[in-house]
Design a protein around this ligand. Structure first.
Ligand code: ATP
Length: 451
């Protein structure tokens, strides 16, 4: 009988462990090491070649001399998987290496592509790939260090979000992705066949996170969101990852904005600490966040109209151009990349948003803008059953069609509110990407369903 041990065994054939052991003095000059990696780039010369390898984190330069290793480098293709053995050579002048190189003594090929894939080792400026190529060949183009680092940062944001929520006493839950009706009433949803019925891909976990407040008081979820919107902007995709939370027993929506301010500070600190390597690769510096300014929707509309001499048009929403100018204004005046815009008009907010008692044309809701684009929508929800029915009727909605939604109000809900962050939009804005599609591995837009 064979048994597999649960004990962790150190992987000695891992380049990252070799780097750590070199840096903490366990490995030194002339020690022999073996590791597995991809061949990233071969710079072959007659007497002396450079072999750049790629592992899960870095690009690392090894050198190769035919007198030390009998392998014929000209038979090797980039993107091959190999097992390399070599000698530690300290004090490497190579900038990408962490202080040492490896002089190769043996190469074992574990796998080789059938033909040489196109080169990915240059900088993105040199490669100058068109968007179509980047997204058509995502299996390869994501191996390029710049594009790969973006995805690593997205993974870091997810970790930071989860760590933060758990540290604040929230419980994670998993909402369904197949639903019978939409949280916002059913428009812009992808319809699917569900046995003998019609069903939809979820447009928001709204109903479920509110219901879960009745169970755990403070909840969050990380869940895909599908929007069948026919937009074609650099800020929208048709499937994105929603980072959602809902919090019970709030005194006001300020509790939510204070929570999100702490969250942004936590995530930025977390990325600076744990993802400095990738931020360096992307040439991005994240500021320290200590506070975030807050301004009312109607006030900022007027300020922007006056400050930038532009007409006050859509009274119910912010135009993308206005969001950009708000970003500029808060950077210049308050040195803040973030700003909360509060009290959006009721007209533009969903039926579950609580109206402001002082001015019922506005709501106790907010958006968080980062560098001139919305990354979050949040607000206080209606918790009282009768108040929710009244608002539905005022909007000519039939409460009978929302029986499942209203069940939680019937069973009793505390004052509560929540918010939703689009992961890819957030990553796009912290990294200054030109298009949100770079912030996801395999983007879905109106024309793209593959790979
Ligand atoms: P927008 O006005 O930008 O279209 P929205 O008001 O429809 O967004 P919400 O439904 O409030 O957005 O969603 C919350 C967050 O989800 C947004 O702040 C944004 O970060 C993200 N988001 C919304 N729609 C998309 C989309 N199509 N693609 C990527 N992210 C999105």
């Amino acid at each position: 009988m064979k048994f597999l041990s649960a004990k962790k065994i150190k992987d000695t054939e891992c380049l990252e462990n070799i780097v750590a052991d070199y840096q903490n003095g366990k490995l030194k000059k002339d020690d022999i090491v073996t590791f597995k990696a991809f061949i990233f780039n071969l710079r072959i010369k007659a007497n002396f070649s450079f072999v750049l390898v790629r592992n899960q984190k870095r690009i690392f330069q090894c050198f190769f001399s035919p007198s030390d290793c009998p392998f014929d480098l000209t038979t090797l293709l980039e993107e091959s998987s190999v097992k390399i053995t070599g000698k530690i050579v300290p004090d490497s002048p190579c900038k990408i290496n962490p202080g040492f190189e490896i002089a190769i003594t043996n190469i074992e090929v574990l796998s080789m592509p059938p033909e040489q894939p196109y080169a990915i080792y240059k900088s993105i400026e040199q490669l100058n790939w068109q968007d179509d190529m980047v997204f058509n060949d995502r299996q390869l183009t994501l191996r390029q260090p710049y594009y790969r680092s973006i995805i690593k940062i997205a993974s870091g944001v997810l970790r930071g979000f989860r760590d933060f929520m758990i540290s604040e006493g929230f419980t994670e839950f998993i909402p369904p992705k197949i639903v019978q009706a939409g949280a916002e009433g059913g428009a812009d949803m992808f319809e699917i066949d569900y046995f003998e019925k019609k069903a939809y891909l979820t447009q928001s976990p709204q109903m479920y996170k509110q219901a879960m407040v009745g169970i755990f008081s403070k909840v969050f979820c990380v869940s895909p969101v599908f929007r069948a919107e026919k937009h074609s902007t650099s800020r929208h995709i048709n499937e994105f990852e929603g980072l959602d939370l809902e919090m019970g027993f709030i005194d006001s929506m300020d509790d939510l904005m204070a929570l999100q301010t702490r969250m942004m500070a936590f995530i930025f600190d977390f990325l600076n600490k744990e993802y400095a390597f990738e931020l360096g690769e992307l040439k991005v510096t994240l500021p320290k966040i200590e506070k975030i300014p807050q301004v009312k929707f109607s006030e900022i509309k007027e300020i922007i109209a006056k400050e930038y001499n532009r007409p006050y048009r859509d009274e119910f929403d912010l135009e993308p151009e206005e969001e950009k100018l708000i970003g500029k204004y808060f950077i210049e005046k308050y040195d803040s990349p973030f700003v909360f815009i509060t009290h959006y008009p009721s007209e533009k907010r969903p039926f579950y948003t609580m109206d402001c008692p002082k001015n019922p044309n506005t709501t106790l809701s907010f958006d968080l803008l980062l560098n001139g684009a919305e990354i979050t929508t949040g607000g206080q929800r209606i918790h009282d059953y009768n108040a929710q029915i009244t608002k539905m009727k005022a909007r000519e909605m039939n409460p009978e069609h929302f029986a499942d939604y209203l069940a939680m109000h019937k069973f009793g809900l505390p004052p509560h509110g929540g918010l939703g962050i689009g992961l890819e939009r957030f990553v796009m804005k912290i990294l200054n990407l030109q298009n949100i599609k770079y912030a996801t591995c395999f983007p879905r837009d109106r024309d793209r369903l593959t790979p």
